[in-house]
Design a protein around this ligand. Structure first.
Ligand code: CP
Ligand code: NVA
Length: 304
């Protein structure tokens, strides 16, 4: 049976433990310049309907480092932007490739693609979710602090795709998320794909959400696709900046993460993202290693 990775909970806890262990090994091979080519002759197609730096780079470099090749398609210069049904595109693309990564708008689009695909499909960000990002974030947490189970993550800002994915991850891996959003931007549990409310708590005061947290994280106030709301959001989110005072109220050894790209002076103060709690560069790098483990798992299953 084909396995897709469309949202975080598509992998269970035992599979995630395996994936993180594989990530560690694959990263070690890469760091010691050892060739590891399990995907020789395999082709990844990457479809981008929104901009990207990290996701494109990490998937393209990752596939090459595993011995395969990657093809980049975007909406502007393929038939995807000219109204070809997503079901037809899925039929054709999946007959010419071994695995597909898509960055698009509504989750429904990637689900329709996957339903018509002969090969595994990976979510490289939708309006609702960004599962590869949270794989990298949790792997980064584990590298720095050990298991995330039972820990508290503070999410400050918009209840967007990255927030929704943290909330799903908390259910799968049994940790807690303290969420603080401005009024009107609260979590929508159904849209987030949650089973319940046991693993998160909402706080009207962002400082209270950050209190004693093991990890403080945030994201842009305006996500891709929501640019028309930018001016209003700049006003509404003005008090939801992660700054030095907020990091002081978090646990003493709290980490700071941001999926990037970041806007210093908006959702995060420069003193935090460029300061001692920040692990944002490790977080970005780990996209590469964790996605290599993910592609290996979806194509070959468990190999160790
Ligand atoms: N964090 C992330 O997905 O970055 P890009 O938009 O650059 O891919
Ligand atoms: N929430 C952001 C994440 C970018 C990587 C967006 O969707 O634009």
């Amino acid at each position: 049976m084909i396995r897709h990775y469309l949202q975080f909970k598509d992998l269970n806890r035992e599979e995630l433990d395996y994936l993180f262990e594989r990530t560690r090994w694959i990263k070690e091979q890469f760091k010691s310049y050892k060739q590891y080519w399990p995907l020789t002759d395999r082709t990844l197609v990457m479809i981008f309907e929104k901009a990207s730096t990290r996701t494109r780079l990490s998937f393209e470099a990752g596939m090459q480092q595993l011995g395969g090749s990657a093809i980049y398609l975007n909406t502007r210069d393929s038939q995807l932007g000219r109204g070809e049904p997503v079901e037809d595109a899925a039929q054709v693309i999946s007959r010419m490739s071994d695995i597909v990564m898509i960055r698009t708008f509504e989750q429904e689009i990637i689900e329709r693609f996957a339903a018509n695909s002969r090969v595994p499909v990976i979510n490289g960000l939708t309006n609702e979710y960004h599962p590869c990002q949270i794989l990298a974030d949790i792997y980064t947490f584990i590298e720095h602090r050990g298991p995330i189970q039972g820990k508290t993550v503070a999410w400050i800002g918009d209840s967007n795709n990255v927030c929704n994915t943290w909330l799903q991850a908390a259910e799968v891996l049994d940790f807690n998320v303290h969420v603080s959003t401005p009024p009107g931007y609260e979590v929508e549990p159904e849209r987030a794909g949650l089973y319940g409310t046991a693993h998160y708590e909402e706080f009207s005061d962002p400082m209270e959400a950050a209190r004693d947290a093991d990890l403080v994280t945030t994201d842009v106030w305006t996500s891709m696709g929501f640019e028309a709301e930018n001016e209003e959001r700049m006003r509404d989110f003005a008090d939801w900046q992660v700054d030095g005072d907020m990091m002081k109220i978090a646990a003493k050894d709290a980490l700071f993460m941001h999926c990037l790209p970041a806007h210093r002076g908006e959702e995060v103060a420069a003193e935090v993202i460029d300061g001692p709690h920040s692990v944002v560069w490790d977080e970005a790098e780990n996209r590469l290693h964790v996605q290599k483990a993910l592609m290996e798992f979806l194509l070959l299953g468990k190999v160790s």
